[in-house]
Design a binder for this molecule. Structure first.
Ligand code: BES
Ligand code: MN
Ligand code: ZN
Length: 485
């Protein structure tokens, strides 16, 4: 998809050359800056009871007199915020996306456009047009839409152009993450993730290295290896580096959980919806997506992605409840529940991150069902004892319309991890499960500033429109960009 900004000509929107026109209006009054032909049409529709100036309202018109574009959609965007615009554009595309239009002009009346609006437009268009088809040849045909122009004033063009550029990089990253997480686990294996990382490296100038089981054994990643040992699928430990900043500048490190399928292991999960556990590599996917976005923007920042990738399977060689392993940090872990495997692969990756002397480390993981119960599917769980880092990540989430919510890390929660046979158990009780999982990770982060994002509820949508969301690529990209020179 091609996105551009276009200064609306003197004859106004009705003269805009495009196959379709999406007119977004905001506020409770008919906007004064709306082209007179379109304003008249809209006023008539309001008068005849076919449109109301309220959020969510939608009206389609074909061959509207005096308008050059064949198709016109009016959509109301509530208060005119970027978030409201995203919703209005998604709704407004419904009558257009499956039709014959190849070019779309979008105008937003009653609003001064910012970069956030432009970014939201790109997100809405790419999200709405995305169709998973890799293993489904019968999926709906691709939309004919090829170009989208955002109409703006001269004064708005610089901000709009910047927002479109950032939006497109984030959209490409989100789509990559989405595509990986949607792929079934027999397609998206640890080796596939490693190949994706190598391909990213080639296309976008990243340095990529992949460790295999022998390497991990030499290093002493007893915890990661314990999870991987039940599967025939070879594990991969992926490290990808974007060097956009000065050589000696401390990097931002992102660590993504890459469980390409989570059966639970010997502590096996119930059958219903187990298929969805193919998205247990959503954290890994978001790391790849963010690397892609940051590299596409050639951001002046050093960014390293670390992805421990394997399957969690039951088998004759699988790790058993009660087994004790030694993590890369030297701390021992009693694996009381093999289904709490995410923290077991992340702890070794976090210890591995120490060697990069990171400025900050953020891990991203579909870590707990408890987080879904706590926050639902709208906000990711954000955990950090570092006030400033937590504030930066929260702010990035709000800006990116990919929000998170801070959760506590009081030391009292750590009690639950006590073990009779090792330095710690890998589970506490059911209560506060998302927090005890974070407390477990925290034990491996003494050497750097650290935050954890639990994306179990946000990386995936269940129900009719089920599938991967590409989150939290927008949040992470905003966060990394905020640290660039
Ligand atoms: N991958 C799951 C968490 C998960 C659950 C993600 C639902 C997305 C949707 C994780 O590995 C897991 O199984 N966690 C257990 C932890 C428990 C055994 C302490 C859980 O949440 O039940
Ligand atoms: Mn699990
Ligand atoms: Zn898992």
């Amino acid at each position: 998809m091609d996105f551009k900004s276009q200064v609306t000509g003197p004859k106004g929107l009705s003269a805009a050359v495009a196959d379709a026109l999406l007119v977004v209006v905001a506020g409770a009054e008919l906007p004064v800056d709306l082209d007179s032909v379109l304003a008249e049409a809209l006023a008539a529709a309001i008068k005849q009871g076919d449109f109301t100036l309220k959020a969510g309202q939608l009206l389609y018109a074909h061959r509207l007199a005096g308008v050059k574009a064949t198709r016109v959609v009016f959509a109301h965007a509530g208060d005119g915020s970027a978030k409201a615009l995203r919703k209005a554009v998604a709704a407004g595309l419904a009558p257009i996306k499956a039709g014959g239009a190849a070019s779309l002009a979008v105008a937003v009346a009653g609003v001064t456009l910012t970069d956030a609006h432009a970014e939201a437009l790109v997100a809405a268009v790419t999200d709405t047009l995305y169709v998973y088809r890799h293993t489904k040849p019968s999926a709906p045909a691709e939309s004919k839409l090829r170009s989208v122009s955002l109409q703006c004033s001269k004064a708005e063009t610089a901000a709009v152009a910047a927002g479109l550029k950032r939006g497109q990089a984030i959209a490409a990253g989100s789509t990559l993450a989405r595509e990986c997480a949607n792929r079934p686990a027999n397609h998206c294996t640890p080796s596939y993730l490693a190949d994706q990382a190598r391909k990213l490296g080639k296309d976008h100038g990243l340095k990529v290295s992949v460790l295999d089981r022998k390497d991990c054994e030499k290093l002493g990643m007893g915890s990661f290896l314990a999870v991987a040992q039940g599967s025939e699928e070879p594990l991969k430990f992926i490290v990808a580096q974007w060097q956009g900043g000065a050589k000696n500048e401390a990097p931002v490190v992102l660590v993504g959980k890459g469980i390409t399928f989570d059966t639970g292991g010997i502590s096996i999960k119930p059958a219903p919806e187990m298929d969805e556990m193919k998205y247990d590599m959503g954290g890994a996917a978001s790391v790849l997506g963010t690397l892609r976005a940051v590299a596409q923007l050639k951001a002046k920042v050093n960014l390293i992605g670390i992805i421990p990738a394997c399957e969690n399977m039951p088998s004759g060689r699988a790790v058993k409840p009660g087994d004790v392993v030694t993590s890369l940090s030297g701390q021992t872990i009693e694996i009381l529940n093999t289904d709490a495997e995410g923290r077991l692969i992340l702890c070794d990756a976090l210890t591995y991150a120490e060697r990069f002397k990171p400025a900050v480390v953020v891990d991203i993981a579909t870590l707990t069902g408890a987080c879904v119960i706590a926050l639902g599917h709208h906000r990711s769980g954000l955990f950090s004892a570092d006030e400033e880092l937590a504030a930066q990540l929260s702010a990035a989430g709000e800006q990116a319309l990919d929000p998170a919510w801070r959760m506590p890390l009081d030391e009292e929660y750590d009690e639950a991890l006590k073990s009779h046979y090792a330095d710690m158990g890998n589970v506490g009780g059911r209560a506060g499960g998302a927090i005890t999982a974070a407390m477990f990770l925290k034990r491996f982060t003494a050497k750097f500033r650290w935050a954890h994002l639990d994306i179990a509820g946000t990386a995936w949508k269940s129900g009719a429109a089920k599938g991967a969301t590409g989150r939290p690529v927008p949040l992470l990209t905003h966060f990394v960009l905020s640290r660039a020179r």
